[in-house]
Every structure is written in C-alpha cells, then in structure tokens.
Ligand binder design. Structure first.
Ligand code: NAD
Ligand code: ZN
Ligand code: ZN
Length: 364
C-alpha cells in the first residue's frame, strides 16, 4: 500500500486467538453489480469464534473479519439499484437474487454464495464487515433497504442472528404442523443461550410457543434467557429431568433447538426430543466428531431433523416486520469502537459475565 492509496480501519484475522485492528487498503471502484458500503454498525458473531478458536481452519491471515454489518451506500457500480446515501443492511452471505435458490427462499445456497469475512489460503473469497467500508458483490440481491424506523444496530441483527434464531424456531414449528397441537400447547427446549439462542427464544415466543425451556452451561447466559421469557434449567440439574417434570409421563420435548455447534449439545437434543418431535439445529459444527445418533435411532423415535445455514436474505423482509414486536435490541450488551475488537473477541469467547451481543462502531 502506498501512502496515497485510500486506507481505512478494520479488524483482521492473524492467527487463532489473535485479531488485530489495523489500517488496510480501502475498497474502491465498485465493479458492475457491486456496491461499496460505509459501515455504520457491525457485529461480533458466535460464528466468528470458530476460526478465532482455530476450530474452523483455512482462513487466510489478514482477512478482514466479520459478516454482520449495516450502513450507507458509498458508491454503487453499474446496474446497482441502490443509490448513494441509501441506508442498507447486508445478509451474512451474498445472494445474487435471481438464481433458483435465491428465488425459492434459500438464499444461503445461492449459486454464487460467498460468506463475508472468509478468504481462503488460495486467496479466494471476500473480506468482511468489521471495517469502515466493505465491498459487496451482488449488491441488489445481498443488501436490503433499511426502513427509516429501523436502526443500523437492528439492521446488523436482521442480517444474521435474528434471522437465524427465527429460522431455527420456524423450522421446528413447520415440522410439527401435522402434530395436532397448537403452538400454545407445545413445550420446547433451546440448547445454547448465546445471542442466537436468545433470538431463537424470542422467535419461538413470537410464533406462539407455550412453554420454552433454556439450557446453557453458563449461569449469566441462562439469566439472559430467563429475561426474554424462557424457563432456565439450573446448571447442574440434569436436563433430562426437565422432560419428566414438564411433560406427562416424561414423553419429552415437542421440539429441541440446537444453537451451540458441538457434538454434546446435539446429542442432548436427541435425548430430550419426544418420539415424533423435531430437532432443529443451527449451530455450526466445526468438529469432526460425527453425528450423535444413527439412522436406526432416528427411525425408532420418528425424529425430524432440520438444519443448515440460515437463508438470511430470504428471511430479512419477514423478520424486519417482526422487529416492532420483538424488541430485539435488548440482547445488545455492548456498543463499542471497532478498536476494541481484540478485547471484545476475548471477552465474548470466554463468555465474560454481561457480554452478549457486541456491536462495533467503526467511526467512534
Ligand atoms: P455463542 O458461542 O455465544 O453461544 C453458544 C452458547 O452455547 C454459549 O452460551 C455456551 O455457553 C453454550 N453451550 C456450549 N456448550 C453447551 C452445551 N453442551 N449445552 C448447552 N449450552 C452449551 O454463539 P452464538 O452467536 O449464539 O452462536 C451460536 C451458534 O450458532 C454458533 O455455532 C454459530 O456459529 C451458529 N450460527 C449459525 C448460523 C446459521 O446460519 N446456521 C448463523 C449464525 C450463527
Ligand atoms: Zn454470524
Ligand atoms: Zn442466487
């Protein structure tokens, strides 16, 4: 980079347990279909922790981190329908908006999909949103115009974790459509009460679920879950006791939502679910321990398993409508300058008390 090249502040990945706040080249000259977004708010996600912990390998050193951001169109390339100055939020993966998957509510499997903040060792991929500016390919499909009454912080949540929590809960409910139960009669358990788990609890409530239990290993996370309307299962108490306590004859949960991304958590979900119930999983399983149950065990319990990367762009308009009733902003615990990234990665990773959803301001 020469002294004259435009530069910006960003958080870059160095190696496991090390991210760095640095001056890096600024994206300029958007090509056809691309937009450059001036980032006004960006998020730290549990998914950022997988490469940070070294569990997800292959991320190239100096990749700009982060896949959650909202901001203002700085420059628009040819064919982009957004105008300079327009307020937008991005989904955490790019979406062309026109392929079969994008037009069938599965934007996360777009033919050209890329994850923001992921450049592999060969240099393929795109930089992320924990920066002052970000280049957005397929801007028309990836970005959504933010209504005036939706803040940038809310825009960050729409593009990933609120959409993902909603996806997780809705997948469970749709799989139970033939169960002869109303949502109010259902009892579900959410395993994992990080920011995405909290969004799943809030979403399940919005979808009318009657009883929601929450399980986590960390007391402060359980307290948060209780704060958004779940019944916390005390750490140390066997979660399996919950089944007996709340369902007659201990038949088990109608649905269990897995929002962690570990073998143990998914295993617990299969133990908790009742025959004919559903395990809805959104945790990213960056491990090689395999799947906790066999096809035979699934057969013997008539289990429905749903999973996958959230098609956030497909869901953003729907979850945006829910914002007013959800008060989702209450899960944001920190709004700090981007220069605090290194410290906040550490605190979020160690689940320091009081650290839930962290939003960075790249201009503070
Ligand atoms: P997080 O790391 O803050 O939350 C995970 C929570 O699980 C923590 O509170 C932790 O204490 C708890 N936990 C760990 N082991 C447990 C166990 N065995 N039983 C119960 N609880 C346990 O992260 P987050 O931001 O809430 O993200 C949660 C997961 O969702 C991550 O795996 C993330 O990658 C994934 N995610 C997936 C998508 C998607 O599209 N599918 C999108 C966003 C995030
Ligand atoms: Zn994420
Ligand atoms: Zn597409």
């Amino acid at each position: 980079m020469t002294d004259e090249a435009p530069a910006m502040n960003a958080v870059v990945f160095k190696k496991p347990y090390e991210v760095s706040y640095e001056r890096v080249p600024r994206p300029i000259n958007p090509q056809a279909g691309e937009a450059i977004v001036r980032v006004m708010a960006c998020g730290l996600c549990g998914s950022d922790l997988h490469p940070y912990r070294g569990a997800e390998k292959g991320l190239r050193e100096d990749t700009i981190c982060g896949h959650e951001f909202a901001g203002i169109i700085e420059e628009a390339g040819k064919g982009v329908t957004f105008a300079r100055g327009q307020r937008v939020a991005a989904s955490f993966t790019t979406a062309c908006g026109t392929c079969w998957f994008c037009t069938h509510n599965l934007s996360s499997r777009c033919d050209t999909v890329q994850l923001f903040g992921w450049v592999n060792k060969s240099g393929c991929g795109i930089h992320g949103g924990q920066a002052q500016f970000v280049r957005v390919p397929h801007a028309n499909g990836t970005l959504m115009a933010l209504p005036d009454n939706v803040s940038f912080d809310e825009g960050v949540l729409l593009g990933d974790i609120f959409a993902t929590g909603y996806f997780c809960a809705k997948n469970a409910m749709s799989a139970l459509a033939d169960s002869q139960m109303t949502p109010a009669e259902m009892t579900i358990t959410v395993v994992g009460c990080g920011p995405v788990g909290l969004c799943a609890i809030i979403s399940a409530k919005l979808l009318g679920v009657g009883t929601i239990y929450a399980i986590d290993r960390v007391k402060s996370r359980l307290d948060m879950a209780a704060g958004v309307g779940a019944i916390a299962v005390a750490p140390g108490k066997s979660p399996l006791d919950v089944n007996c306590a709340v369902t007659q004859s201990g038949r088990g949960m109608d649905a269990v939502l897995e929002v962690v991304g570990t073998f143990d958590a998914l295993d617990l979900c299969f133990q908790l679910v009742r025959p004919g119930g559903v395990v809805s999983s959104v945790g990213v399983h960056a491990h090689d321990k395999g799947f906790p149950v066999s096809p035979e065990q699934c057969y013997d319990k008539n289990i429905t398993f749903r999973s996958g990367r959230c098609p956030a762009r497909s869901l953003m308009p729907e979850v945006c409508q829910l914002l007013q009733s959800a008060d989702i902003g209450r899960i944001i615990s920190h709004r700090v300058p981007l220069s605090a990234a290194s410290e906040m990665y550490r605190k979020f990773e160690t689940q320091e008390k009081g650290v839930y959803k962290v939003i960075f301001d790249p201009w503070a």
